[in-house]
Design a protein around this ligand. Structure first.
Ligand SMILES: Nc1ncnc2c1ncn2[C@@H]1O[C@H](COP(=O)(O)OP(=O)(O)OP(=O)(O)O)[C@@H](O)[C@H]1O
Ligand SMILES: [Mg+2]
Length: 217
């Protein structure tokens, strides 16, 4: 899919009747049927390279689920370039980093957004070694968070540069891979899939972003 406006991350909320919002609902439906036999509660959204549209997909997918009454939590596990607090309009002081270091702080760091049913766990303060922090506590943290939400969507950096997403993929029930149309070579996508398979991630599907309208079927 390709957006035409600049207000990408919240389009499913601001323009629910738009064609793009409908495409997010289609992705949501496809995910439902893909996981109907083995339901998922925690989904990681990742990609091969930076700027492929992970955060945009994650936010809009979260909004689509929230709209049908699911209690959704967006988790910012992109310590390299955290964006969710900016998009949702909040601070990034307390967040996942604190919750990983001290589990008692995890739920306290969850904040409301202006969208009903949609909550946010920002990344929290900067941390020197995100990969290590995630390995040490993410699995347990997600287990705890899933008790309070119907769906937990985890944002992450790309797989090409750092290992954070591999660690996160191993802790989530499923992974959605974003591939930016015309930007990423097939061989690179294969490498990404191999990295995910290595940690036994369950790849739920691939979303092609930035696909020009005339190329869409
Ligand atoms: N499907 C799309 N069509 C057109 N523009 C898009 C689409 N998805 C995202 N964008 C735009 O591309 C830019 C990068 O998107 P986004 O921040 O979601 O990527 P990302 O993969 O999360 O980046 P990063 O690797 O830095 O976390 C943003 O300006 C966003 O508005
Ligand atoms: Mg991002």
């Amino acid at each position: 899919m390709r957006h035409k406006t600049n207000n990408h991350a919240l389009i499913a909320y601001t323009s629910p009747a738009s064609e793009v919002s409908e495409q997010y609902r289609i992705i949501q439906t496809n995910l439902f049927y893909t996981t109907v036999d083995h339901p998922v509660k925690t989904i990681l959204v990742t990609s091969t390279a930076d700027g492929e549209g992970k955060t945009t997909l994650l936010c809009n997918l979260g909004i689509s689920y929230a709209e049908i009454g699911k209690r959704v939590l967006l988790v910012d596990a992109n310590f390299r370039r955290p964006m969710l607090h900016r998009i949702m309009g909040g601070k990034n002081v307390q967040g996942l980093a604190q919750g990983l270091m001290n589990p008692a702080l995890l739920l306290q760091a969850v904040v409301d957004t202006s969208i009903p049913n949609l909550k946010l766990l920002p990344s929290g303060m900067e941390t020197a070694n995100p990969s290590k922090l995630l390995s040490a506590g993410l699995e347990q943290a997600l287990k705890e968070l899933s008790k309070h939400f119907d769906l937990v969507l985890v944002d992450s950096p790309s797989l090409a540069s750092v290992s954070d997403s591999q660690v996160a993929a191993a802790c989530c029930d499923g992974v959605v891979l974003v591939v930016r149309y015309g930007r990423i070579k097939q061989a690179s996508v294969h490498k990404t899939v191999e990295k995910l398979k290595l940690v036994k991630a369950r790849i739920l599907g691939t979303v092609i972003s930035f696909r020009p309208r005339h190329e869409q079927r």
